[in-house]
Design a protein around this ligand. Sequence first.
Ligand code: P6P
Length: 335
Amino acid sequence: MTPSQNRLVTLEEYIIQKQNKFPGATGELSQLLRDIGLAAKIISREVNKAGITNLLGVDGSTNVHGESVKKLDLFADSQLISALDRSMITCMVISEENDGVVRLNSEGGKYIVYLDPLDGSSNIDVNVSIGSIFSVYMRQPRFEKELVEADALQPGVRQVAAGYVLYGSSTILAYTTGLGVSAFTLDPSIGEFILSFDNYKIPDHGSIYSINEGSYNSWQEGLKKYIKYCQQEDPETSRPYTARYIGSMVADLHRTLVKGGIFIYPASSKYPEGKLRLMYECNPLSFIIEQAGGLATDGKKRILEIEPTAIHQTSPIYIGSPKNVEMAQSFISKN
Ligand code: P6P
């Protein structure tokens, strides 16, 4: 290996290298991704010492979904929004922590960004991995100049970038702009995200299923049969599968990306439309998984083709290795 081949590649360098593949690139999307990278470093620092800096616990308010808001949720939300605001290329942010759209200083900014600033926050106080999720759209050209919420209601296939930050045993940032999925690991000693995996490909089949089985009784019959199928002995199809469920979508999704298998958050009697948010959980993570060769549906339809009608709407999700998602769908389509 020549020195240049084994030289560390930082997130900033990688973004510029990829940008150079787009002759017409203005560098604005690259700047937006760097903004998110900066906010991620600051959030990672606070997540890793939350117990010391009195950032654990709830702040007393509830979000649009009626969930108690953690102090770190609000910290992450403010860091990401202010980082995006500074570079004046994002006109509007929609975040789990804000009921309506957040208009930024740059009314003329060309990007709209969805955020789940700190996903899985119920795990914060018990030191389990949590994550940030982002999804980027171009503002659609319209005759009217005034920004409206409808500008943000675009199907997932129109995302120009998406990614997540996983605050786990290490802090990993993974993203895609449609040219594959790459991951960067934060080296706190130099404050840089370093390329750790270039162009992920999810295994075609995996022997891990990930679902909250506590809701078993509220599932449709086909899903119950699929999970029972996963639990039967069959060495031919690497069953019984292993069950893994962290309760932080970013952590469960990253494991699924790396090891294969399937993550499911289904519709149920408690969540008839599913619990996970389409625009800032399902769409960005579906873009990532599809770029790595996986599948993501709501049990019937490709997640990325769902036409949104509300910025905080939810969706059921079946996401992971192609063979696992197809097998699950074959069971649930029967009833
Ligand atoms: P449950 C976290 O609150 C979250 O939005 C996702 O990160 C996670 O996958 C899911 O909800 C966990 O939900 O109902 O299993 O606790």
